[in-house]
Design a protein around this ligand. Structure first.
Ligand code: GDP
Length: 373
């Protein structure tokens, strides 16, 4: 869609791009001789009530859905109460999706894989929500995942909703918002939630903590170092896909898959009672993509039978509470005026070797507690 035909509304994420579900079409200009009725004058966007948010989400009105997510993403204190209320009302309708995390290096083919898999699933009658957790947006305020036009075909399908990563704030903040966005999408009836992240930092641990199944996308030929795939990341995965197994690259991909399969034998499984295996696929040709979904469905069936699925979800809710408390305390600590005043002085002393790290920490904590009293 060209800029002349459409625009991003002010409540949409800046780097939403064409794949963003809430791009708004411009209306048709009326000529001056056409008498404007109140209905034809553009209405100022009004605040929605809690009821309007809740009903709109439950009806899967994509505009209201996007606005509800924007509301819970907002850091403005005046939105806080309303966001809480909307979430509280939506909570009983959530939890019924299959939550799948997808990680891997940029360029590994994650978005193409999501596009191919997503289109197949929509064909089968599923409704797909695609969310991203992009740690780069918390550091540079830009975004690796959101910069390019992604999942064009998928984004045009009615059964799909794509939401880019909330920008700014800490990874903890992004994680909280993504968790709440999952709940909202589930209430809107999306039965598969795909959460994409880049496998180069802490974000894959954050995503692992909010999904049922975790998929690691790799490519052949790039060394493990380059792929940022340390043992730790492989240990988080429930399946490992060597993508781009097509054309001349197919043989390399098969070899890489065998090597990863060997390595996996020495690792503890990410999920109790489930063996993490390596596969090859091609997001380009679609080969092996149906099998990914079969693998995920088998995983769901087995872990639901053994109770591991439910146990993990329960553990995740508890972890969520603790991580929110930790985030709150950290944020509160570093934004405290006394801490902000003391911090550069203490850093300076540390650099000069005039202060022990233990004493530095004690002094900062003291400054914090005294000002909080
Ligand atoms: P992401 O950064 O992990 O999301 O990767 P993309 O999905 O954007 O893919 C990066 C590049 O690899 C793009 O040019 C894709 O066209 C290409 N690509 C993705 N999947 C495949 C595949 O299965 N086979 C081949 N040959 N190319 C692929």
């Amino acid at each position: 869609m060209s800029d002349e035909q459409s625009y991003l509304p002010d409540w949409a994420p800046k780097d939403g791009g064409d794949a963003f579900a809430v791009r708004v079409k411009k209306g048709i200009e009326t000529h001056s001789f056409v008498k404007k009725t109140p209905a034809s004058t553009p209405k100022k966007r009004s605040e929605l009530t809690v009821d309007e948010y809740v009903n709109g989400v439950l009806k899967n009105d994509k505009t209201v859905l996007a606005r509800a997510i924007t509301l819970v993403e907002s850091n403005a204190p005046e939105h806080y109460e309303k966001a809480r209320e909307v979430l509280k009302r939506l909570l009983p309708h959530s939890g019924k999706s299959l939550r799948v995390g997808i990680t891997g290096v940029p360029g590994g083919g994650k978005s193409m894989l999501i596009e191919t898999l997503g289109c197949q699933l929509i064909d089968q009658g599923h409704k797909i929500a695609v969310l991203t957790v992009d740690p780069s947006s918390t550091i540079t305020k830009g975004s690796i995942l959101g910069d390019k036009t992604r999942m064009e075909k998928l984004s045009r399908l009615q059964g799909c909703f794509i939401r880019p990563s909330p920008s700014g704030g800490t990874l903890g903040g992004v994680t909280r918002k993504t968790r709440e966005t999952i709940l909202i999408c589930e209430a809107a009836g999306y039965d598969v939630v795909l959460i994409e992240t880049i496998g180069v930092g802490q974000s894959e641990i954050a995503v692992r903590s909010m999904v049922d199944f975790f998929l690691l996308v790799m490519i052949a030929g790039a060394g493990d170092e380059l792929q940022g795939i340390k043992k730790g990341v492989m240990e988080l995965a429930d399946a490992l896909m060597v993508n781009k197994a097509d054309g001349r690259n197919k043989a390399h991909a098969l070899r890489a898959k065998n090597e990863y399969a060997m390595a996996l034998k020495y690792l503890a499984p990410a999920t109790k009672g489930w063996e993490t295996k390596a596969y090859t696929c091609s997001a380009l040709t679609g080969e092996g993509i149906r099998e990914i979904w079969e693998n995920i469905k088998t995983f769901e069936r087995i872990t639901k039978q053994t109770g591991v699925f439910k146990e993990r979800r329960q553990r995740q809710s508890i972890d969520w509470v603790f991580s929110m408390i930790e985030d709150y305390l950290k944020e509160n600590f570093y934004s405290n005026p006394s801490v902000q005043k003391e911090l550069p002085i203490i850093k300076e002393k540390l650099l000069k070797g005039d202060l022990l790290p233990t004493t530095a920490a004690e002094n900062l904590l003291k400054a914090y507690y005294l000002s909080e009293k």
